[in-house]
Design a binder for this molecule. Structure first.
Ligand SMILES: [Fe+2]
Ligand SMILES: [Fe+2]
Length: 312
């Protein structure tokens, strides 16, 4: 066989022995809740009603809302390749059943957040299946860098991810409050209910595994968190701060417009305030375990935006 063909063959490690016995009762409880609280984005929300209610909005506002919810959809989808890698890892590291079940639930839930988001965009005039701006097309694949993930243990890496769930949960709460249309409000509420479980999973991991991390691992964990936040999430995902100037202006205006019309969006200035206060809460959460989270200069330090982002 030629060498190039060998390279293409994925070598699957042996998934056996399979651990069928439950190890973590608290993680299993999350799995049971996930079964009870499952929902269906196609059937549980009246999309035709949303179309009717928003039909008379100015075209510009509908386009801003569709762009915004397309972005939200891409972002939710960003969690699925990450989840798939973690599922693979959980299987081949022979982790207990409830861990694999939680990760599978996580993938399915992020996918239904993606679906609810593109359905909102569709009701507002059209989901954009790929970002209009080239810049986003470069940012999105960088959401998840497997090299960074593999540099951490399974549980430490997943805990870092859930710190982001906490941040995005805070942002989503503000979007829930902003939404004036009941269907958008309901979508935000159902997504938040799932996110609460994802955050809970992170708390369980911290409680169970953080005490055993070495000091070196703790420093790495804080650095990875900061790297992901600055490198991709402040680039138009959580906030527009790190976007190139022109794109930042355009994108901030669109978000501001969607927020003015109560389409479940956040004003770009409000986003920065939410992230800054959520960062304080996250630092307090990880403080008992001595995990240092570096200052994020663009939003917390001297580089923090002075004026309003939409007008800059
Ligand atoms: Fe989500
Ligand atoms: Fe999530």
């Amino acid at each position: 066989m030629e060498a190039s063909m060998l390279e293409e063959t994925v070598q699957n490690p042996n998934p056996y022995p399979v651990v069928g016995k439950l190890h973590y009762e608290d993680i299993w409880q999350l799995c049971l809740q996930a079964r009870e609280l499952a929902w269906d984005p196609a059937r549980d929300i009246d999309w035709d009603a949303l179309k009717r209610e928003t039909a008379d909005l100015p075209a510009e506002a509908r386009a801003a809302g569709a762009e915004w919810w397309s972005l939200r959809a891409w972002m939710e989808h960003g969690a699925t390749p990450y989840g798939a890698e973690r599922l693979r890892q959980a299987i081949f590291e022979h982790l207990p059943f409830e861990v694999k079940q939680h990760v599978s639930n996580f993938i399915a839930e992020e996918l239904r957040h993606h679906e609810a988001s593109f359905r909102i965009a569709d009701a507002l005039g059209g989901y954009q299946p790929s970002p209009r701006s080239d810049y986003f097309q470069m940012v999105i694949p960088r959401f998840h860098d497997e090299k960074d993930e593999k540099a951490m243990s399974f549980y430490a890496g997943m805990a870092v991810n859930t710190l982001f769930e906490q941040l995005s949960g805070e942002l989503l709460s503000a979007r829930y409050k902003n939404a004036v249309y009941p269907e958008i409000k309901k979508a935000c509420e159902l997504i938040l209910r799932d996110e609460a479980r994802h955050i809970q999973f992170g708390r369980i991991l911290m409680r169970r595994f953080f005490a055993d991390l070495s000091d070196e691992e703790k420093v790495r964990l804080g650095e990875k968190f900061a790297k992901k936040l600055r490198g991709s999430l402040l680039n138009g995902v959580y906030a527009v701060v790190n976007l190139p100037r022109e794109e930042r202006k355009r994108s901030a205006r669109a978000r501001a417009l969607a927020a003015e019309h109560g389409l479940g969006a956040t004003h770009p200035d409000e986003e920065v305030d939410i992230i800054v206060s959520a960062l304080k809460a996250i630092r307090a959460d990880v403080a008992p375990y001595d995990v240092p989270i570096p200052e994020i200069a663009e939003i917390e330090g001297d580089g923090a935006p002075k004026g309003t982002l939409a007008a800059e």
